[in-house]
Design a protein around this ligand. Structure first.
Ligand code: F6P
Ligand code: MN
Length: 435
């Protein structure tokens, strides 16, 4: 093969073709389920209301409200409320996975076109990142954002590209960004739609000026009150309500990793033709790993369960885990998460004792939630240490959460250490998971 020639055997379908396929599959699923429910109404189905309540169906039942499942309530699903239900609870909920998420898996043509606009914006950001110093794009913008962080020129450029590209797409009611204090409603001069888009326009800002991988993270929600003036409260939906989530990595190649709630797909940008090609479908995070990612300079501030877990990994072969672990920390969440999506690992930015008003460093709505959905869709786990990130009931657009995600056996171990930290630390120092 000539250098530079695309290896067509590894290139299957474009992003557009993939999304059309997902739209078709979702229409087929919907037709089948409406067929089933009309048969149920006419008495043809053997599935009774009692069966639903006893959990034999993956429909949302009253049982949910009784706390027997971690699925969403009917109120949440029907969009009558943007509050988390009692069942969706908060950080305190169990780390149970298995149950079918209460996510709306409908891929409409509007959602498909919205995702194509987001992908186009990521392509433009990739070009801006690639130009770097040649376009005068490096360095500080001279402002700070709502979090008090210094904005880089490329943070501002990426934010503007996403706002501009999506404003006139016709599928959104509003957008929210790490770089803006308040949501951005679609101006009246543009057509509006029924979705909400959240993003971290350029994740890993400290790496911008040193030419290390950075990225964009995004999440799509349904606008719960179509036609109403969009407010921050409309965005405050749990991560389980996400209709789609993804990230782009601007690295040696530009990648787009996407879920519409039915597995995770990775697309590579052909920088010559400007097209996205599916290069990995149904990504899977291995359950086991011997690689961890954490900013160890914060170790003196960590809580006991985290300290214990990391100490055990560092002890290696001669410690309680009986094996050596490797460490990697890029300091761009997109790059660290992408490594984990590709070959497994555990990523942690836990709560620590530095500032009690900040329960962690990463933001729930546009960092933790989209990454948690991608990781769960790829068979991994994502927890705050006390419960699944996707079950956290948001209170603020820019709120922070502890993040522990990746290979499920390691995440489960950290959750176990949190749950039983008192017992583990004071009574049973040699206790191990799964024997
Ligand atoms: O967006 C926050 C972020 O830049 C993440 O991308 C990254 O994982 C983390 O912060 C890096 O934190 P630190 O500067 O503590 O290494
Ligand atoms: Mn970020």
């Amino acid at each position: 093969m000539n250098p530079g020639q695309i290896q067509h055997s590894t290139v299957s379908i474009s992003l557009t073709q993939y999304l059309i396929q997902k739209q078709r599959e979702s229409a087929t699923r919907r037709a089948a389920s409406s067929d089933n429910s009309s048969r149920a109404v006419s008495g043809e189905s053997r599935q009774s209301g009692d069966a639903t309540l006893s959990g034999e169906s993956n429909q949302y039942s009253n049982a949910t409200l009784l706390g027997e499942s971690n699925q969403c309530s009917n109120a949440t699903l029907s969009g009558e409320s943007n509050q988390c239900s009692d069942a969706t609870v908060s950080e305190q909920s169990s780390n149970k996975r298995n149950s079918k998420p209460c996510r709306d898996l409908t891929v409409t043509s509007e959602l498909r076109l919205l995702l194509e606009v987001v992908a186009r914006a990521c392509k433009r950001i990739s070009y801006a990142v690639g130009k770097g110093a040649l376009a005068g794009h490096l360095g500080d913008a001279g402002n700070t954002n709502i979090q008090g962080e210094v904005q880089k020129k490329l943070d501002v450029i990426a934010n503007d590209v996403l706002l501009e590209a999506n404003a006139w797409g016709g599928h959104l009611a509003a957008m929210a960004s790490e770089e803006m204090d308040e949501p951005y409603p679609i101006p009246d001069r543009y057509p509006k739609g029924e979705y909400l888009l959240l993003f971290d326009p350029l994740d890993g800002s400290s790496n911008i000026d040193v030419n290390v991988s950075i990225g964009t993270i995004f999440s799509v929600l349904r606008m719960p009150e179509v036609g109403a003036e969009p407010k921050a409260r409309h965005f405050l939906q749990s991560g389980r309500q996400q209709l789609a989530a993804g990230y782009a990595v601007y690295g040696p190649s530009t990648l787009l990793v996407l879920t519409v709630g039915d597995g995770v797909a990775c697309f590579t940008l052909d920088r010559e033709t400007g097209s996205w090609w599916l290069t990995q479908d149904r990504m899977q995070v291995p359950k086991q790993t011997r690689e961890f990612a954490i900013n160890a300079s914060n170790s003196r501030h960590w809580e006991t369960p985290v300290k214990r877990y990391i100490d055990e990994l560092l002890a290696g072969k001669s410690g309680p885990r009986g094996t050596d672990f490797n460490m990697r920390w890029v300091a761009s969440m997109v790059a660290d998460v992408h490594r984990i999506m590709t070959r497994g690992g555990i990523f942690m930015y836990p709560r620590d004792a530095r500032d009690p008003s900040k329960p962690g460093r990463l933001r729930l709505m546009y960092e933790a939630n989209p990454m948690a959905l991608l990781i769960e869709e790829a068979g991994g786990a994502a927890s705050t240490g006390l419960g699944p990130i996707l079950d956290v009931c948001p209170e603020d657009l820019h709120q922070r959460v502890p993040v522990i995600l990746g290979s499920s056996e390691e995440v489960d171990r950290v959750v176990f250490y949190h749950k039983y930290s008192v017992m583990i630390c004071h009574q049973a120092p040699d206790m191990r998971l799964n024997g």
